[in-house]
Write a protein that binds this ligand. Sequence first.
Ligand SMILES: NC(=O)c1ccc[n+]([C@@H]2O[C@H](COP(=O)([O-])OP(=O)(O)OC[C@H]3O[C@@H](n4cnc5c(N)ncnc54)[C@H](OP(=O)(O)O)[C@@H]3O)[C@@H](O)[C@H]2O)c1
Length: 433
Amino acid sequence: MSQKPLNIAICGVGTVGISTIEILRDQREALLSRSGRSLLVSHVGARREHTDHDYGDARVSRDVMDLARDPDVDVLVELIGGTSVAYDLIKLAIQQGKHVVTANKALIAEHGNELTALAETAGVQIRFEAAVAGGIPIIKTLRESMAANDVSEVAGIINGTGNFILTEMSTKRRAFDDVLSEAQALGYAEADPTFDIDGTDAAHKLAILASLAFGIPLSIDAPMKQGIQDVSPEDLEYAASMGYRVKHLGIARQTNQGIEMRVHPTLIPEQKQIAAVDGVLNAVMVSGDAVGELLLVGPGAGGAATASSVCADLVDIARNPGGSGPALGVPASQLSEQALVPSEQIASEWYVRLTAADQSGVMSDITQVLANRDISIESMLQKPPAPGSGKVPIVLLTHMAPQSVMTDALSEITALGEVEPDFALMRVEAFDR
Ligand SMILES: NC(=O)c1ccc[n+]([C@@H]2O[C@H](COP(=O)([O-])OP(=O)(O)OC[C@H]3O[C@@H](n4cnc5c(N)ncnc54)[C@H](OP(=O)(O)O)[C@@H]3O)[C@@H](O)[C@H]2O)c1
């Protein structure tokens, strides 16, 4: 227990930053015995005064770059977010020979190839357990625990805000905007929630998971991306009445054609474990040839849960400053590109909601168009027309079809004249292949 403390610089004292400081203070004794040395917050970077914050004996600087240059700091913890200041800060810290811990998925997805290579050259660690699925140890699982496996798939609910919104909308019939405001008030949503809603945040995380799972370079543009903004309460209800829950999933799958990477609202059979993962919880499924299927469930956002992962990275560094392997599982120079399957070619089962004229012959016209393209219908739901509207909603679940075949069929169906141009289309995943 005589080792010198690990001196930690915390940059950014928002939701995650302040929770990290609190855990390091409140768990000081336990962390000392688990790490073999004290984890000491020696320097805090806060660009303005927060009268309600207690930083203990730590030095406080307004310019976070001062922390990267502080010769006493061993580890710089970046909890600012974004890809501008955070990028310059981490680069400077690595150049100054400091280990880095970050929760910043946008930064890792966009600049991780460069930053992990720089860290390897400098002989320091860059760790980002908190960047994906908050408190769930999915990075460590893929990087270390699954090291003996060929991973065929990693898929899951990787945006807590999106899951919270869809859960509240489907279980309490609440409006989208109302639930989003609550998610922001609770600290789940990012300051600008656009990335939570439009799928960008999940795509960043999926890029990180896919790199770890398949040994490919990080690529921010690789995942096909669709958000939750167009999921309507009626689609959630129709899906439920057919035995499905709608979840916003990120899926990275190795196939014979290449790697599928996609982020989209998805119907999942309600008996699947992941379908019951509600609220701000995240869940990640990993399939490996040796271990089979794992499902990790836990809080994907929130200050304390995310800080738990930040602190776990700090404990790893304190225990083993020499490192426990490359940040992305293999050395940066050994990451190798693999073909991606274009989204139009990715086949799945489909949920389709159409609005059609309430007249005879419409159903047979629709089924004929689908049959002409070898799209078979698995089940169908036809509701009575709203009084006086003369329109009926028709909900179909289909068997497997590539996206391009499905969208071509829908173009033809909506050109029939009996079917309105607006429709809902979502992929269905049974996870039984
Ligand atoms: N919140 C979560 O549940 C969660 C979960 C997983 C990962 N993350 C990631 O964790 C990181 C931090 O998220 P957060 O939720 O804690 O964000 P946050 O509450 O907005 O906190 C960010 C902090 O950074 C400070 N900051 C911004 N620019 C700065 C600068 N140039 N110099 C010094 N400080 C600066 C802000 O200062 P002011 O107080 O002056 O604005 C704020 O205190 C992000 O990368 C996020 O993606 C968050």
